[in-house]
Ligand binder design. Structure first.
Ligand SMILES: Nc1ncnc2c1ncn2[C@@H]1O[C@H](COP(=O)(O)OP(=O)(O)OP(=O)(O)O)[C@@H](O)[C@H]1O
Ligand SMILES: [Mg+2]
Length: 331
């Protein structure tokens, strides 16, 4: 059953220098218990996508300007803030981009989990503590009793990260969004944490959106992949098919620099050219200035999203029937 469906979502922010649109007509979906990887270079709109799903944009001078976000049978964009609070942190949890900042240094970690739980669930302090310790143990924290009463600075990076994951999982969410949860960790711990995500989400049948720069993580962990570029989704489909048959020139370039899982993360910036900023998104296909195949049509018109023979979706003029007729290349 479909857990989450984003349909043609565009997002705008009001800034001092005017309005910006970091997301333009993006869409994807994931089923119950599925793991979806969201990948793209910096500024492509991954975190904004997470903020849109979590209903956090109004707090950031932003809004969804078009589209629908369906969570099971609920149209999230039609909810009032108090209705959203029933879902946020409860049925949908976010592990935000810098998890180390999610922990307050002056409170014992156990109390932080308990407070979070009691905010979302109507349970007693002692029940919340029991639940927190059980989740900590299930996440491989052997001495959960001791860790429960420690302060964040007393814990290693890997352990802190497990606590943040525990905070995300305690309320038993149906959907977890993890925004680059392993960037601050060393490679060995990264691999352990990714394993932990895999096991925990599978065991609990939790849907997971994993936001990452690391294609190795996507290959190892995810069922589906959504490739974002400059506020658009350029390619999406199941991981095995997209990795075996990448169609979009951007996906091809990304896969040209894929690291093996567990290796030091290679940045995606190895692709020649610069990532455009939200104020200077190019006309037509936003990837055209960096694309070796670009033709005039790519400069003028934004491509349609087309279903390939393999069942994946790609937003590129090369797959339109008119492509061959337009023989002139750009640059
Ligand atoms: N509150 C905001 N107001 C204005 N612009 C914003 C705001 N938040 C994000 N943006 C812009 O939206 C664009 C997408 O940002 P986002 O944080 O989603 O990128 P990202 O893909 O998560 O990048 P990274 O990999 O660096 O985390 C960026 O150009 C960013 O400057
Ligand atoms: Mg981000």
């Amino acid at each position: 059953m479909t857990l989450l469906c984003l349909e043609n979502i565009s997002v705008e922010f009001t800034t001092r220098d005017g309005c910006v649109e970091p997301l333009n007509c993006i869409g994807f979906d994931l089923d119950d218990g599925e793991i979806l990887g969201l990948v793209g270079e910096t500024g492509s709109g991954k975190s904004v996508t997470a903020q849109a799903i979590m209903g956090l944009l109004p707090f950031l001078d932003g809004r969804v300007s078009q589209g629908r976000i369906l969570f099971k049978d609920v149209d999230l964009l039609s909810l009032s803030e108090s209705e959203y609070q029933q879902i946020r942190g409860n049925r949908i949890s976010l592990i935000s981009q810098n998890p180390m900042t999610s922990l307050d240094p002056v409170y014992r970690v156990g109390n932080q989990i308990v407070e979070g739980l009691r905010l979302h669930l109507n349970i007693s302090r002692s029940d919340a503590a029991k639940r927190a310790k059980a989740v900590m143990t299930s996440l491989g924290i052997a001495n959960s009793e001791k860790v429960f009463s420690q302060y964040p600075h007393q814990l290693s990076g890997g352990l802190k990260q497990r606590i943040v994951i525990a905070m995300g999982l305690c309320a038993d969410p149906e959907l977890l969004i993890a925004d680059e949860p392993t960037t601050a960790l060393d490679v060995t711990v990264q691999a352990q944490i990714i394993e932990l995500f895999k096991k925990t989400t599978r065991d609990r049948h939790v849907g997971l959106i994993m936001i990452t720069h690391d294609l190795g993580v996507i290959a190892h962990l995810c069922d589906k992949v959504v490739v974002m570029y400059a506020g658009t989704v350029v390619e999406r489909g199941d991981v095995a098919t997209v990795f075996k048959n990448p169609r979009h020139p951007y996906t091809l370039s990304l896969l040209g620099c894929i690291p093996t899982f567990g290796m030091a993360q290679k940045t995606l910036n190895a692709i020649p050219g610069n990532v455009p900023s939200v104020r200077t998104f190019p006309s037509g296909c936003r990837y055209h200035p960096r694309c070796f195949h670009a033709k005039p049509v790519c400069v003028k018109h934004s491509p349609e999203t087309i279903r390939t023979s393999k069942g994946t979706l790609v937003k590129c003029h090369m797959f339109s029937p008119d492509w061959r007729k337009d023989s002139e290349k750009v640059g």
